[in-house]
Ligand binder design. Structure first.
Ligand code: GDP
Length: 360
């Protein structure tokens, strides 16, 4: 399954955040949480549509889409040269589909900063540098082989050229995610190298409570990482939220002017960064969100439920969540002509409420 790797310098709040993520959440009552290994947590994708859909269908159960997070420790300055746990973290990052860097932007003099001062831009550069150095090592090692192959097989020329161009970009201090497109580098050619900086990035700024109400400050931080997505939260408050019941949690959020926990935003943005979306099914037994890649067709979506559904796919009865809610019931949506019959070429949209017809 696709997962989001959490990285960051020591003492920035990674563990605090990871523990809050996997501890459970009063505001997401029906969502299952599980910690598979000490550093892997699976959380439900917060989606307010599910509760409303479940109500409409009197569903007994709600099953949200799962999102996996991996706490990747050991990425410190000099890691690529063997500092700290050295390259041990690399294998963990390679397995992740997206990288989420936690960046310290809270002041607290009681929490030591490894480099002696709180500087989000320096921290981002430090982590980027380690990942860039790791990629450069990978490319350096692979390049002689790629060049040899390019001489023998014409279709391998693209990979060798892309690797060279990538090394040049990385040497200039730019990650592939940030700069490959602009430099005309086809990262698809480099897939076999599993380069770390080619993965999608997102950033969590761990800020003081007061900063959450300071849009100018947040804009400054956002500018450091654009066009990558930035999430702002106070990890300490997030961890307090998980200790409260629903009413108390809502009160605490209201007192800091937040509509929802920052963790919910993180899960949603992470999910989107992975290139994923959900469609929904609903009935008396359960209302459920199913994960599909953006661009998936109706039979591919059916295959996520069961491979037989894909093989025997006939058609899909589809209504958008919004149309269904406006109509008030499946039957009313049908009467209003909002329920479409879609065939095998239909490209699924996020929030489609679906019933599949298939041969067994
Ligand atoms: P990690 O090394 O990145 O996993 O960092 P930890 O989560 O262990 O946090 C390091 C220290 O910073 C701990 O003492 C936390 O209680 C504290 N800390 C984490 N997040 C915050 C925050 O948002 N504000 C403040 N003031 N302290 C925090």
């Amino acid at each position: 399954a696709l997962s989001i790797g959490i990285v960051g310098l020591p003492n920035v709040g990674k563990s605090t955040l990871f523990n809050a993520l996997t501890k459970g959440d009063a505001l997401a009552a029906n969502y299952p949480f599980a910690t598979i290994e000490p550093n892997v947590g699976v959380v439900g994708l917060p989606d307010t549509r599910l509760g409303r859909l479940a109500e409409l269908h009197n569903s007994v159960k709600i099953i949200p889409a799962p999102v996996s997070f991996v706490d990747i420790a050991g990425l410190v300055r000099g890691a690529s040269k063997g500092q700290g746990r050295g390259n041990a973290f690399l294998a963990n990052i390679r397995d992740a589909s997206a990288i989420c860097q936690v960046v310290r932007a809270f002041a607290d003099p009681n929490v030591v900063h490894v480099d002696g001062k709180v500087s989000p831009s320096d921290d981002i550069e430090t982590i980027n540098t380690e990942l860039i150095l790791a990629d450069l090592q990978t490319i350096e090692k692979a390049l002689p082989r790629l060049e040899k192959e390019a001489k023998v097989q014409k279709q391998r020329a693209g990979a060798a050229a892309a690797a060279k161009a990538a090394a040049e970009l990385l040497n200039g201090g730019t990650t592939l995610y940030a700069g490959a497109a602009k430099a005309g580098i086809d990262v698809a050619e480099l897939q076999e190298l599993h380069l770390l900086t080619a993965k999608p990035f997102l950033y969590v700024f761990n800020v003081d409570e007061a900063a959450l109400a300071d849009p100018a400050f947040l804009d400054e931080l956002r500018a450091l990482v654009a066009p990558a997505e930035a999430i702002f939260l106070d990890a300490k408050i997030e961890s307090e939220l998980t200790d409260l019941d629903e009413e108390e949690a809502l009160e605490l959020l209201a007192s800091i002017g937040q509509p929802e926990p920052g963790l919910h935003q993180l899960i949603r943005v992470g999910f989107r960064t992975l290139g994923l979306q959900t469609y929904l099914t609903a009935g008396p037994k359960e209302t459920r969100a199913w994960t599909i890649p953006i661009g998936a067709t109706a039979p591919e979506a059916a295959g996520v439920i069961h491979s037989d559904f894909q093989r025997g796919f006939i058609k899909a009865e589809v209504v958008s969540f919004d149309d269904l809610m406006t109509a008030g019931s499946q039957n009313a949506a049908k009467a209003a002509g909002k329920v479409r019959i879609e065939g095998k070429d239909y490209v699924m949209q996020d929030g489609d409420v679906v019933e599949f017809r298939f041969n067994v």
